[in-house]
Design a protein around this ligand. Structure first.
Ligand SMILES: *Cc1c(COP(=O)(O)O)cnc(C)c1O
Length: 454
């Protein structure tokens, strides 16, 4: 075997279709319910929020969906994204395992998120939508949608979680550079925001609150739609281009991963890489270990309840069945802002429930340690979110060393950390603490789950 490090494809090899895992599931996904009637909703119920093409993608059973050419044309700006073998990291760890990572930080916004932002903005544009509202945690999603809005001439308003708004002024500047309006959430601009501020004037905010504000804005303005950066089926669908490319790149590499790893906030970069591999398995191929890695301070898969819940704090969204910490749960303000969501994508929750994937949780200091070790070998500074996947890949490589196994490990390096250097500064100064969530608050949030007949 050659000592090749980087496995690149040609522009013409950018996949022409997205892959829909629901076509291959052994058991169908539980339905989405109307919050009032608790009956399954239909496409028309979602029309105030999303354009019909995206709603249809949300419910389709088709295995492959064509990627429209204008979207592929934008993808060509940074795709195909490289698959890289982390040879220096392997040597440093002294592991017989092979470590590969798919690098999504090459996009203009620095993460995987433009893969769906561009698609969502394009479908909205086709439907005549003039304005989009959304939420952002760390600012990655906000800057991705701001970028996509700039390309297609759509005004973008971003509700940024207060703690990130204060911690990450450069992400805000990036959103504004792309032409978006950025508002700290909770804000005074919506009823949901005002009611939170009345109870908690110093609220650090949460993704659940910011979603309420963005959804409320869309519900009140017929020319404005809402856009979500993770969790939903159509978002995961758009991200599958990551795994589809990776499968082709492994053919070039003459290798095949035994373990596939991704960090999980709402589940989209994880699903984007893992679902195409899971599809191979469900259609009769071999079973690989697939591991979702989440923060110990916001552990929806490993500590949450699999139940119907709202996607937002003010309860404006439909009910979806997912692993949840409760929609009123506010996680402590740790640094991987993109992982601070109370719920998990229903599709990722479903495959976890079916035993098709594993999950584990890490504290942030161990993740930064792994991120720094990775940077010193491979040169790329991982986003704090992505450092969770790095931690897991390193731990698996060290296990292989102990057991003398030559397994092939693949992880998604979902983004770079160039806008997160304050977090690294805090880490170097020893100021990062491993915060646990408050057990009592979690119990309260879970006690407040809506009751739905089984
Ligand atoms: C937003 C983000 C995540 C978390 O979102 P998912 O939908 O779970 O992928 C992970 N990594 C990076 C770099 C992000 O920007």
């Amino acid at each position: 075997m050659s000592d090749q490090v980087k496995f690149v494809l040609d522009e013409k090899d950018i996949p022409k279709t997205w892959y829909n895992l629901t076509a291959d599931l052994p058991k169908p996904l539980p339905p989405v319910l109307h919050p009032g009637t608790k009956q399954p909703i239909g496409p028309a119920d979602l029309e105030p929020l999303f354009p019909m093409e995206l709603i249809l993608q949300e419910v389709t059973g088709e295995r492959y969906l064509d990627i429209p050419q204008p979207i592929r044309d934008v993808y060509r700006m940074w795709r195909p994204a490289p698959l890289i073998r982390a040879r220096r990291l392997e040597q440093k760890l002294g592991t017989p395992a092979k470590i590969y990572f798919k690098y999504e930080g090459v996009s203009p916004a620095g993460s995987h998120k433009p893969n769906t932002a561009v698609a969502q903005a394009w479908y909205n544009k086709q439907a005549g939508v003039k304005r989009l509202s959304t939420e952002t945690g760390a600012g990655q999603w906000g800057s991705s949608l701001a970028f996509a809005g700039a390309l297609f001439g759509i005004d973008v308003t971003v509700f940024q979680v207060r703690v990130s708004y204060d911690q990450k002024p450069y992400r805000r500047a990036l959103m504004e550079t792309y032409g978006a309006r950025c508002i700290a959430s909770p804000s005074n601009e919506t009823e949901s925001g005002r009611s939170i501020l009345k109870q908690h004037p110093n609220s650090p905010g949460s993704l659940g609150i910011a979603i309420s504000e963005a959804v409320e804005m869309a519900a009140k303005d017929p020319e404005l739609k809402y856009s979500l950066g993770s969790v939903l089926n159509h978002v995961l669908l758009h991200q599958t281009i990551v795994g589809e490319e990776t499968i082709k790149q492994f053919e070039v590499a003459g290798d095949d991963p035994d373990i596939v790893i991704g960090c999980t906030g709402g589940g989209s970069n994880f699903a984007g890489l893992a679902f195409p591999f899971l599809g191979l398995h469900l259609r009769g191929g071999r079973k690989r270990r697939v591991i979702a890695v989440e923060p110990a301070a916001c552990p929806s898969l490993t500590r949450g309840k699999y139940a119907y819940d709202f996607g937002d704090t003010a309860h404006l969204t439909p009910l979806v069945k997912m692993h949840t910490l409760g929609s009123t749960f506010i996680p402590p303000g740790f640094h991987a802002g993109g992982l601070r969501y109370h719920g998990m994508s229903p599709l990722v929750s479903h495959v976890y429930q079916l035993g098709l994937i594993e999950a584990r949780a890490y504290h942030q200091v161990a993740c930064f340690e792994a991120g720094v070790e990775f940077a010193r070998c491979e040169g790329i500074v991982p986003a704090p979110e992505a450092s969770h996947a790095v931690r897991c890949a390193i731990d698996e490589a060290l296990r292989c060393k102990k057991e003398g196994k030559t397994e092939t490990i693949l992880f998604n390096l979902s983004g770079h950390g160039h806008f997160d250097m304050q977090a690294y500064i805090n880490y170097f100064e020893g100021k990062l603490v491993d915060q646990d969530y408050d057990d009592k608050e979690l119990a309260m949030a879970l006690a407040g789950l809506p009751s739905v007949a089984a």
